[in-house]
Write a protein that binds this ligand. Structure first.
Ligand code: BGP
Length: 458
């Protein structure tokens, strides 16, 4: 069967600054990752930190050439705040030169640059002020965004304020997998709230000043209940409120879900707000939503009542559910549920005004991928099946009227991934970490056919 995708569909991949550039390359301030790795290297897989990346900083020309040779018409990068803005607030000219070269190189290769302003990489000098717990940091982020726009928006026409903004909230303030390793829901909700205010301020400024498109990238994990029983449905509803709608509703609809406000109020966990925020949040909608989708969440009613004296956490209200027979990516331990992309898009069509969107990350992480090496190339048929499976459902969503503009894989070449370092490989290209040599996997060739014909044959 042949599935034809809309004309001008974005085909490409995504990456982020901290995960690819190499923190030792060029002048750059420390991020929370650089700092945390120095502090606790044992919290990182194999004790590998952000100094050992795929070295995009020095090899971007080769990588962009490969992107072109393998079907990319677009690529999402991120601009590192800690690289662009020095601790004293001045602009780092070396960073300006680097990002100019990367952007120009992409354009020379007919690849549309998508630029994201924040991908988990808070500068340490901002974290010392409290990170997004502090309102002052919102203003600093706005200043950074203004600088990035003034330098690059003449050529970059698609911008994102944040990648998966809920992840630093979960990792840094609820579940201890990002610095500053706080476990405190009140502080977490304050960070989330300020992130949304920061997003809105940047969108407002961009729209008043530039003519491109601006959006945000959210990891939408549809929440499926174990059964249709009331308690399971309620558990799933609350999970959805916390992990999807907390960001999706304000950025698209301009309002937090009433049920979420009520719940936080009942538990005395509403964040501090300023009166002028209401107007800002109500307005300033995005133009384009990036959807990162890896796996669904399956939940059930809580088996035991939480200890009312224990720390308040979203999972007071639901338990995770391991559905028997679910399909797994056994190489990463995540569920594979291709129909999830369809459910997300139908929800956006029906409940979010059919906001223009695209899949900004989807991908299959594989541990010890060398085991699939054959004659010098990784034969990643499982990744081809994974992408094709999701694309079929995406195609069905498009057929049914969803405004889906593209598909980006996570990621172009195997890269360093936060505290998981190089545990899970996701790329179209493998990278020899000793020599830096890149080798296209089988999926890269397959993707090239798909992207250049705009047709999936499967
Ligand atoms: C996404 C992030 C990426 C990347 C990916 C893979 O949530 O946006 O930055 O890290 O997850 O994650 P992991 O390596 O943990 O499997």
């Amino acid at each position: 069967m042949t599935y034809t995708f809309p004309k001008d569909f974005y085909w490409g991949s995504a990456a982020s600054a901290e995960q690819t550039e190499g923190n030792q390359n060029g002048k750059k301030e420390q991020t929370i990752w650089d700092y945390w790795y120095e502090l606790e290297p044992n919290r990182f897989y194999d004790e590998v930190g952000p100094g050992k990346t795929s070295d995009f900083y020095n090899r971007y020309q080769e990588d962009i050439k490969n992107m072109k040779a393998f079907g990319h018409n677009s690529f999402r990068m991120s601009i590192s705040w800690a690289r662009l803005i020095n601790k004293d607030g001045s602009i780092n000219d070396e960073a300006v030169a680097f990002y100019n070269q990367v952007i120009d190189c992409l354009i020379d290769h007919d690849i549309e640059p998508f630029a994201n302003l924040f991908h988990f990489d808070m500068p340490m000098y901002e974290q010392e002020k409290g990170g997004f717990e502090s309102r002052d940091v919102i203003e600093d982020y706005l200043a950074f965004a203004k600088t990035a726009f003034s330098l690059f928006a003449d050529r970059v026409k698609t911008w994102f304020t944040f990648n998966e903004p809920i992840v630093p909230v979960e990792g840094g303030y609820l579940y201890d997998f990002h610095y500053p390793n706080v476990v405190d829901a009140r502080r977490a909700f304050q960070v989330a709230y300020h992130t949304i205010v920061a997003h809105k301020k940047v969108v407002k400024h961009y729209k008043a000043t530039y003519d491109g498109q601006i959006g945000i990238v959210l990891n939408l994990t549809p929440s499926y209940p174990r059964s249709q029983h009331k308690a399971d449905l309620e558990a799933s509803h609350i999970c959805d409120l916390f992990f999807n709608r907390s960001f999706l509703d304000p950025v698209v609809k301009g309002a937090f879900p009433q049920d979420l406000i009520k719940l936080l109020d009942e538990h005395n966990h509403l964040p501090d707000t300023h009166a002028e925020d209401a107007e800002l949040i109500k307005g300033n909608p995005i133009d384009l939503l990036g959807v990162n989708y890896y796996q669904p969440r399956r939940v059930k009613a809580k088996a035991h009542q939480p200890n009312p004296n224990g720390p308040f956490l979203p999972d007071w209200f639901f338990d995770n559910y391991e559905m028997p027979g679910r399909k797994m990516n056994v190489y990463r331990g995540w569920e594979i549920y291709e129909k999830g992309v369809y459910d997300i898009m139908i929800n956006l069509r029906d409940n979010y005004d059919n906001i223009p969107s695209f899949i900004s990350e989807n991908g299959m992480g594989v541990q010890n991928e060398e085991r699939f090496l054959k004659d010098g190339r990784i034969e990643d048929d499982y990744r081809i099946d994974f992408i094709a499976g999701h694309l079929k459902w995406l195609h069905k969503a498009i057929d049914e009227g969803c405004d889906v503009r593209g598909y980006h894989l996570w990621t172009f070449m195997d890269n360093w991934s936060w505290s998981n370092a190089y545990k899970n490989r996701y790329g179209f290209f493998s990278v020899d970490l000793a020599t830096g040599e890149r080798t296209a996997k089988k999926s890269a060739y397959w993707f090239n056919d798909l992207a250049t014909t705009n047709e999936l044959n499967s």
